[in-house]
Ligand binder design. Structure first.
Ligand code: TRP
Length: 332
């Protein structure tokens, strides 16, 4: 069985966009893979994080993805800082990766912005840590969004250069698993912008912790246009808000926009929004309730993460120890 590894930022309770874009894919992969899912708190501090918030957001994210169906018993879920092997292998990779490679990373340029001199050194070597995350487990399949493709290419360059420099075939080739999102979920206030946690308006997004009334209210107030729903997808052209709501409905119903429109086409948005709100509540209310239950008992939640970290370390420690031996370290 191929080993899956993926990482997710500890950004607190996810949005519907995170759920349909990534988390649902992670849940589905558990059916026929051995999965390791990591909350990447080491990556998070490459930009400033308030310490109390970081701990809270790490727990919120973990609780929420368990509530979404990540199974921490059959698979492995843990927080990155709890497994020392990540930082240990990342140091070796800092010495394998070339400055020229890192200078090409578009995510660094985007995140550092104009004030590049003031970015942390950690932000610069972020991709080396990401390579270490994956290769410490000899994981070969990595589900990520398209924006992470360049980082995975760099990880393969690092693996290859390590193997070449030390004359071994130790690190495997990583295969990116770019799963198209079930739906590209856009802001409820502006159908041309991605649904995002950083949007100033909470009305622009659905959080996986929102209760039924709040969900219904947000859907009712979502921006739309005056025309009724078209009866086929071609009619969504140039209507980003309509396209967004239909896409969300289709993703949640495991259906297609075409099928949704053949059922709801011709109706005004009032009726469609009622149907969408009901579907959202049915899908998300159990997730919100389970998340709340998990967060009410942090001792148990921390125990789940600690158990995941222990099982993760049991895989990563021997691999990283062997990498250290290949490099020529005498060993502890
Ligand atoms: N950089 C990834 C992101 O922002 C998160 C991540 C960290 C990751 N380590 C990883 C993803 C290892 C896949 C594999 O989305």
């Amino acid at each position: 069985m191929q080993r899956i590894f993926s990482g997710i930022q500890p950004s607190g309770i996810p949005t519907l966009g995170n759920y349909l874009g990534a988390i649902r894919n992670w849940v589905a992969l558990q059916r026929d893979h051995a999965c390791i899912y990591c909350v990447v708190d080491l990556h998070a501090i490459t930009v400033w994080q308030d310490p109390r918030q970081l701990a809270t957001q790490t727990r919120e994210l973990a609780a929420s993805i368990i509530a979404c169906g990540i199974d921490p018993q059959k698979h492995i879920l843990f927080h990155q800082s709890a497994v020392r092997a990540h930082a240990q292998l990342a140091w070796i990779f800092n010495c394998v990766a070339r400055l020229g490679w890192l200078n090409r990373m578009t995510q660094f340029k985007d995140k550092a912005g104009r004030d590049r001199e003031n970015a942390s050194a950690g932000l610069y070597v972020y991709p080396n840590l990401m390579a270490a995350d994956i290769l410490a487990y000899h994981a070969t399949r990595v589900p990520v969004g398209d924006d992470q493709r360049q980082h995975l290419e760099l990880a393969n360059d690092i693996a290859q250069k390590f193997n070449h420099d030390y004359g071994v075939a130790f690190f495997p080739t990583i295969e990116p698993l770019i799963l198209g999102p079930a739906a590209r979920v856009m802001s409820l206030r502006d159908g041309t912008k991605k649904m995002s946690k950083s949007d100033a308006s909470d009305q622009s997004r659905i959080n996986l912790s929102d209760g039924p009334d709040l969900i219904a209210q947000k859907v009712r107030r979502a921006k739309t246009d005056p025309a009724p729903l078209p009866s086929e997808p071609a009619g969504l052209e140039g209507r980003p808000e309509a396209r967004n709501l239909v896409g969300i409905y289709a993703a949640l119903a495991d259906s297609t926009p075409a099928d949704v429109l053949s059922e709801h086409g011709g109706k005004g948005f009032g009726a469609f929004k009622e149907a969408l709100a009901a579907l959202l509540v049915e899908s998300l209310a159990p997730i919100a309730a389970e998340t709340r239950r998990l967060l009410a008992d942090t001792a148990t939640l921390d125990g789940i993460l600690r158990d995941g970290a222990r099982r993760a370390a049991a895989i990563a420690d021997p691999i990283v120890a062997e990498a250290e031996r290949l490099v020529g370290f005498v060993g502890p």
